[in-house]
Write a protein that binds this ligand. Structure first.
Ligand SMILES: NC(=O)c1ccc[n+]([C@@H]2O[C@H](COP(=O)([O-])OP(=O)(O)OC[C@H]3O[C@@H](n4cnc5c(N)ncnc54)[C@H](OP(=O)(O)O)[C@@H]3O)[C@@H](O)[C@H]2O)c1
Length: 253
């Protein structure tokens, strides 16, 4: 039997309790990775972990809020302490609160900056020493950080000002870090999904939900994005997929 590509590696997925994160954790586990599942809703993580274990995989549940610096640090530390190492970080947890800038509740902007930017940075900072070690001592001799941006990280639109700001920031940080780490074999990749059927939009205010109702036509499934992420982290050592922009076929903008 062919050995699964990620056997012997450990992946930490943030925002693993739903949508793209949950699908990605399951997909990486199917490739042989032991997965650490981080999010606030522990019951969801427990259910996902049980499913992964039923398939013969290994999963660790990490109930945490990555906007709290110490909880992000602890999530990484527990991953390494309990699963032995860290080869892959999927920086996925995010929130999208849309609507006009004028009159927007500042609390929504704070939530997006704290999670999409600071939460991602806390996880990246805590994970990097372990990723660098994995790139040096693992049989694959390469490690991965995959940061989840959005089409909104490429193009700003009327109505997504601060969400777009956070995702442009993720793109800039990822490209800078990619350049810093090329020779050290920690690959930094940016994934920019278009409309994907998850819980993401459901966190918006009722009036915003009403106004965006017709904005999203065809959608992808979380598994479609998980498939792309799996492709990225299973490339051979000398191949780095720097950026992947993925839209539903019918999505124009
Ligand atoms: N769906 C799309 O159309 C789309 C398009 C482009 C980009 N994206 C990006 O894809 C990523 C995943 O989103 P999704 O679509 O899968 O949405 P989702 O189903 O709402 O998933 C978001 C995840 O983030 C977690 N999360 C939220 N706050 C957190 C916190 N403080 N600490 C830790 N985890 C937290 C949530 O878990 P808990 O609530 O349990 O903490 C959940 O697991 C996001 O970065 C999003 O911006 C999505």
């Amino acid at each position: 039997m062919v050995k699964p590509v990620l056997e012997g590696t450990v992946a930490l997925v943030t925002g693993a309790s739903s949508g793209i994160g949950a699908a990605t954790a399951a997909a990486l586990a199917a490739q042989g990775a032991a997965v650490a599942l981080a999010a606030r809703r522990k019951d969801r993580l427990e259910a996902l972990a049980a499913g992964i274990r039923d398939q013969g995989g290994s999963a660790l549940v990490l109930e945490c809020d990555v906007t709290q610096e110490q909880q992000a640090i602890d999530a990484v530390a527990r991953t390494v302490a309990e699963l032995g190492r860290l080869d892959t970080l999927i920086n996925n947890a995010g929130v999208m609160l849309l609507g006009p800038v004028v009159g927007a509740p500042l609390s929504e902007w704070q939530q997006m900056v704290e999670l999409n930017v600071l939460g991602l940075l806390y996880c990246a900072h805590a994970a990097l020493p372990h990723l660098l070690r994995a790139a040096g001592d693992s049989p694959r001799q390469v490690a991965d950080m995959v940061n989840i941006s959005s089409v909104a990280g490429r193009v700003a639109r009327n109505g997504n000002g601060v969400y777009s700001l956070t995702k442009h920031g993720v793109g800039a940080f990822s490209e800078s870090l990619r350049q810093e780490l090329t020779k050290r074999y920690v690959r930094v990749s940016l994934v920019e999904p278009g409309a994907t059927a998850t819980e993401l939009a459901s966190h918006n205010r009722a009036e915003v939900l009403e106004s965006i109702r017709n904005q999203f036509g065809q959608t992808m499934q979380a598994e479609d994005i998980a498939d792309a992420i799996t492709y990225i982290v299973t490339r051979p050592r000398h191949v780095a997929v720097n950026e992947m922009l993925i839209r539903p076929t019918e999505q124009e903008r």
